[in-house]
Design a protein around this ligand. Structure first.
Ligand code: ADP
Ligand code: MG
Length: 448
């Protein structure tokens, strides 16, 4: 992409309405524009990051054997009456009446709709296990939408639902989700710690939230500092292997880590040595639930078991805050100059800054690098505007591409360009081919 032809409405001023860094930076970098309270348009740069996050979610869901579907945002109230949630959900549910006077709603979550799909189509235990998921917009009429996309009213969520014959199978689905979520967040450059939480409107006893530690987080959390040393890495996982998934769950959840809703000070003190006790704030980027037959029973979602008798399926649901993650990643990775994208989610793999636009030699060197990167499957944002160097650098620092290639007449006279890491600020002079090789190496198979 050439910046001269892109749509990157960068703001000079810091927007007064934004209270936290991620919100300020998303507005300044031209990633989003508020449409109304808690509802945003996604501008090209913001959309690109969100699409990268979605791609990672889809890849990791596929790896765990989960099947994508897409359900509507507008639903009839009928199904929600079957479970009693039409009334129970309260003011957070946006209710709409169609021209025929039918009560509709904008989906805040989709347990009922997916259970209806299941009961209409699956009748035998032989078709289990099954996990269906979608990435779809949700609406919750939050009283206090704030912090930009972090607590919106309309937001993009990955929501998945497992259907299993027995509690043991459903607990395996729970564990499988926990494992796949660990991988998912790490690929986004995040440490998201599973913490015992409260199940709220979804119901059930078994639930973990995934929290990214950040001062601006809305949740208060208490944990054993040893949990922050755990990493999932690129270990091989067989998602059908119950013992292996259970082992990972134990490794990541045995030590004390809870949100304030389930925090128990006496247990905290009994289980964690004083020097490892931490209380901090965190951003909830996902949650997994097991709730057994809470929805299948009232909705009659049964399968014929091995003995021919109908049994209600055991279910759970699993959510990732896709649009919130864009903000959460920035909260975890920025400095005073702007965003610092982790390589896994960056909107462009590299930026190219031409220090003397219009000079035939720098222009053709930039063009050459830009095209060669594309050949290698790497997408560059080429700042080809007739701006001063300082302004070009400031834009690149603000939008946070992890790597910048700077092309100027002086270096070029020696056949060199400069490769700069946004994270460390370190620059290295090298031949253009060496920079391209380095980037290929950095991104490896991550480049798509
Ligand atoms: N108002 C919101 N704005 C942005 N993301 C949200 C919002 N509410 C929930 N999410 C994201 O969706 C994920 C799954 O939702 P869920 O656990 O049902 O939400 P909650 O715990 O807030 O009721 C959450 O972990 C969070 O990352
Ligand atoms: Mg939650």
């Amino acid at each position: 992409m050439r910046l001269s032809r892109y749509f990157l409405p960068v703001l000079k001023e810091t927007p007064a309405e934004a209270q936290i860094a991620s919100h300020r930076l998303m507005l300044r970098a031209g990633m989003i524009k508020q449409a109304s309270a808690g509802i945003y348009s996604w501008l090209p740069l913001g959309l690109k990051v969100m699409r990268r996050i979605e791609a990672i979610v889809h890849e990791e869901q596929a790896r765990a054997g989960h099947v994508p579907i897409l359900m509507p945002t507008l639903q009839s109230s009928d199904l929600w009456r079957e479970t009693g949630r039409y009334d129970a959900f309260g003011e957070e549910m946006l209710r709409i009446t169609d021209r025929g006077g039918r009560e509709m709603l904008y989906t805040p979550t989709a347990e009922e709709l997916v259970t209806d799909i299941f009961r209409a189509n699956v009748s035998s235990y032989r078709d289990l296990p099954l996990t269906l998921y979608q990435i779809q917009w949700k609406f919750r009429d939050e009283i206090r939408p704030r912090f930009g996309v972090m607590r919106g009213r309309e937001f993009l969520m990955k929501d998945g639902y497992n259907f299993d014959l027995t509690e043991a199978d459903a607990m395996h689905a729970y564990n499988r989700h926990l494992v796949s979520y660990l991988r998912t967040y790490e690929r986004m450059g995040l440490q998201a710690i599973p913490m015992r939480a409260d199940s709220g409107a979804i119901g059930g006893d078994n639930t973990h939230e995934f929290l990214v530690l950040a001062e601006t987080g809305e949740s208060e959390v208490f944990y054993d500092s040893a949990v922050t040393e755990l990493t999932f890495g690129d270990r091989e996982i067989d998602y059908d292997d119950m013992a292996q998934c259970q082992g990972v769950l134990e490794e990541f959840t045995t030590r004390y880590a809870r949100t304030d809703e389930t925090h128990d000070q006496a247990k905290f003190e009994a289980q964690v040595p004083e020097e490892r006790r931490r209380s901090a704030r965190g951003i909830e980027v996902g949650q997994i639930f097991y709730f057994g037959t809470k929805y299948s029973e009232p909705m009659g979602a049964t399968v014929q078991g091995p003995d021919g008798k109908p049994v209600p399926v055991h279910m759970g649901s699993h959510g990732i805050g896709v649009s919130r993650l864009v903000g959460a990643i920035i909260e975890a990775s920025h400095d005073e100059k702007g965003i610092i994208w982790p390589e896994g989610v960056t909107p462009f793999h590299a930026g190219i800054v031409n220090l003397r636009q219009g000079d035939p030699s720098t222009d053709s060197a930039c063009e050459g690098i830009y095209k060669q990167l594309a050949v290698e499957g790497l997408e560059a944002l080429y700042d080809d505007r007739a701006e001063r160097a300082g302004a070009k650098f400031a834009t690149m620092d603000l939008i946070g591409l992890p790597w910048r290639i700077t092309v100027g007449p002086r270096g070029l006279a020696n056949g060199k360009i400069e490769l700069t890491s946004r994270r460390t600020g370190e620059s290295e002079e090298m031949a253009p081919e060496a920079a391209i090789a380095r980037l290929k190496d950095v991104y490896g198979c991550a480049a798509t």
